[in-house]
Design a binder for this molecule. Structure first.
Ligand code: LHQ
Length: 261
């Protein structure tokens, strides 16, 4: 599949999606929303892909919705329909992808792009990156899953503060708040993200995917429900090649050779 607004590269089990409208700080027009969704779908279907990295080209991760593109289309749609047909599909595609997604946050993430960053599983931020809930600056509320994801990560007080101030939260503060997993020097971000992705791509992908499923499911249930769901999903993991291989490798005191199945 060929894309125009993103770059999509697959190497050694890792797919890298690069948001590629740098002249607009990688703002999302309709085509970029659709292509990013399609790229995650493609990553889900391709068994060779065992980890995905998403990053931005240039000085920003993404400035969120392309406001000029939406203004041009505003007479033919509503914001609700735009969200339902676009960002909702993208966020759900990412959350349902049973492979780890690394967000390599290379610069500012604003508006809907914060939702996309939050829908990744591991966030590595450049020390020059920042997070900005720009919505209130234009009289909107957070969307693209931010209201669901952000309070769970950093607590409601901080999430609400971010929403109503629209302050740019720098990477070190994002780390202290638990919004990102690591902060690294900007010049080393791509290399560190690629190395981490490479090691995840050699891991037990099925178990990584089922862990994501179990943790997402646990938000919707009580403890007995979560315990039962773990038992069901562990049955699946327990029948996998990688479980057999992992146990055998441990007993034989050698490194495991996981296939991801
Ligand atoms: C942009 C954008 C942009 C267009 C920079 N659009 N051109 C969902 C449904 C429907 C409608 C509304 O929204 C949503 C969800 C959302 O995402 S709402 C939030 C949308 N995003 C924003 O409000 C952020 C707007 N951008 C900014 O506040 C600044 O650009 C930030 C703080 C990100 C960066 O500031 P600077 O570093 O000073 O860069 P800049 O403002 O000079 O931007 C560089 C260029 O990129 C500039 O174009 P120009 O032709 O003047 O060089 C900007 O106009 C363009 N650009 N973001 N979202």
């Amino acid at each position: 599949m060929s894309y125009e607004t993103i770059l999509f590269e697959v190497q050694a089990g890792v797919a890298t999606i690069t948001l590629n409208r740098p002249q607009k700080l990688n703002a999302f027009n309709d085509q970029m929303i659709d292509e990013t969704t399609a790229a995650f779908k493609q990553a889900g279907r391709d068994k060779e892909i065992r980890c995905v990295v998403i990053t931005g080209n240039g000085r920003a991760f993404s400035s969120g919705q392309d406001l000029s593109a939406f203004t041009e289309r505003a007479h033919e749609t509503t914001i609700g329909e735009h969200l339902r047909h676009g960002y909702h599909k993208l966020i759900k595609q990412m959350m349902q992808l049973e492979k780890p997604i690394i967000g390599a946050i290379n610069g500012i993430a604003a508006g809907a792009a914060v939702g996309i960053a939050l829908a990744t599983d591991i966030r590595i931020a450049a020390d020059s990156a920042s997070f900005m809930l720009a919505f209130s600056k234009i009289g909107l509320i957070p969307d693209s899953g931010v209201n669901w994801l952000l309070p769970r990560l950093i607590g409601q007080a901080r999430a609400y503060e971010m929403a109503i101030t629209a302050d740019q939260i720098p990477a070190d503060q994002a780390l202290a708040w638990g919004l990102v997993n690591r902060v690294v020097p900007a010049g080393q971000l791509a290399e560190i993200a690629a190395a981490w992705a490479g090691s995840l791509a050699a891991g037990p992908t099925l178990a990584f995917g089922l862990t994501k499923r179990a943790m997402n499911q646990a938000w919707n249930t009580d403890l007995p429900g979560a315990l039962e769901y773990e038992a069901l999903v562990q049955e699946i993991a327990g029948r996998s090649h990688d479980n057999q291989e992992g146990v055998a490798a441990f007993l034989e005191k050698r490194a495991a050779q996981f296939k991801g199945e």
